[in-house]
Every structure is written in structure tokens, then in C-alpha cells.
Write a protein that binds this ligand. Sequence first.
Ligand SMILES: [Zn+2]
Length: 357
Amino acid sequence: MSTEKTPEKKSARPAQQSSSAGSRKPSSARSSQQARRARLARKRRKMMIRRIAFALALVLLIVLILVIHSCSSGKKTATVPEETETKETTREEETTEETAETPEEGKAEGEAEPQITVTPTPSVPQDLPQIDVNSWEFILANPWNSIDDYLPSVANIEGIQLDARIIPAMQNFVADTRAQGLSVVLASGYRDYGTQTWLFQRKVAQYGDEDVAATIVARPGTSEHQTGLAADITDQVYEYKNESLENTAMYQWMSQHCHEYGFIVRFPKGREDVTGIIYEPWHFRYVGVEAATYIMEHDITLEEFLSYYKDIQGPAPSESADTQENDTAENAQTAEETVTEQSSAVNDMGGVATLVP
Ligand SMILES: [Zn+2]
């Protein structure tokens, strides 16, 4: 029995020991685990706070970037749509003015008479310069007057092309503007009939209607850029052609001195009804010094100027035309060549006073 008991006791001890050891060990482990957990929880909390702070900072940064980006792109896009908007509105204006003008002028209403009188000129001004308006400098392209496939002989100047005969005048004009410390960029010059036709037909294909296309792209033969006598001038490399250009020092100087070089501001403000084109403070057109001086001093348009000569009837005396041809024999020759080439277009200028759309 005793022998049986001892093993029992013996066996009981380890059981007791193990039980006591088992109860002691977990308690210390628990406390350390709790401490660890607490530490872990603290760490996690810290991590969470850091992550949240980081995320917030990131969100703030993104918002900031977005705001800056929208501001800068807003500025950029604000100018571009303006351009197209103004173009569109003016095209609208054009068409509305075309139709609105007939009753204004007191002519027959309705579609029976689509003629537009450019200027009510009861008498020819006495101080009108004696110029042959059938000369190449006065070729007229506007929404009512097509020059068809008129093709001037062009030359390059600063990345654009112009009628070779006006290159020296443009060079002087640009050089003297730059001498004032002003920035000048020749943005656009000669555009050929083929390009204009392609641009126009592309719009026709897109909208399926020529009239709609004409509100966006000038009909072939009616863009003044096809004459080679016009250039779009800005003061920045990229084009931003809107009215704000009139505030630049470049435009201020160029618009005041252009006539000294034979150029005019072709599409002045408030004369859209006469020119058929919006106010374009970037578009300069060559007409020769004498005509340019008269046009700029009298604050008139090329259409009005030419209409005076129509009222004179018959060809105008060409005394001054001779002095213009004195430039170089070569110039005179090419001038004659193109004049005969474009005789049909020049003859069309007879229709200046009464422009038929
Ligand atoms: Zn232009």
C-alpha cells in the first residue's frame, strides 16, 4: 500500500509542481504579452497617426497641385477659346450684319438686293492721293470679293512667306520696331489658295454644309492672307490673337508707325460692317506708303479708300504709281507680270463699292 502511495505522492508532486509552475508562468507571460500588446497598440496608433498625417499631407499636396494647375491652365485656355469664340461670334456678326445692313441703308428689303454699300460717299475727298488703285498693292480679298486662285510670287521672311515685293518694307518695319526695344514675331503670312481650299473642304466634309463651313474657315479666295500682302504680327512666339494684343507696347508702336512703311491696320475696331472681319490688332496689310498714310490719318478702311476711286470713274492718274515702280526695275517687272496675271481679280475691284456676297 505504502509503496503504492508514494508513487502516487511522487506522481502527485510533479503534478502539483507542474500545476503551480503552469499557473506562475502564464501570469508573467500574460503581463509581458499585455505589455507587448500595449506597446504594439501604441506603436500602431503612432503608425496610424503618422499614416493619417502623411495621407492628409498628400491630399493637401494634390489639392494644391490641382489648384495651381487649374489656375495656370485656366489662364492658357482662357485665351485660346476667346480666340475661337470671337472668331465664331464675328462670323455670326458678319452674317447678321450682312443681312442687317440692307434695311439700315434704306435699300430694298429682303433677298432681292443682296448688295452692300460700303460707304455713303457723296463726294470724293479733295485730298485723295493720286494713285492707280489697279496696281497690285490694292488687290482686295474679303468675304464679298474673291481673288480666286491669285498667286503672288512670294519670298521667305522670318519663317513666313510674303509677296516678294513687300519684303524690304516689312524688314524695315520689323527692324525699326525692334530698335524700340520691342519684341516682334511674324506669326502668319501668305496662305495659298490650295491650302485654303483644303481647310475649307475639310470643314465642308465635317459639317456637310458650305455655309456652316464658311463660318469657321474663310472661303477659298476670300482670305487676305492669299494676297501675300498681309502678315499677322504678335509679340510672343506662341500665337494669342485676341483684342488684348492692342495693349502691348509692340502694337502701340506698330499701329502708330505702320503707314511710314506702307502698312495699315487692316481690320480696325468697330468697322466689321465694312471689312467683314473682326477687329484684328495683329493683322497688318501692305498698300504702299502714300495710301497707308491717307488711310491711317483719315481713320478709314481699305474698302472705303478704294470706293473713293471708284467714284472718280475711269482709271486714276498713275503719277505716284510711277514713283513706286522706281524702286527697282525688277520689282516693276514682276509687278507688271502679276498685274496681267491677276487682271480678272483686279477687275473685280470695280465691285468694291457695291460688294455682292
Ligand atoms: Zn491675319
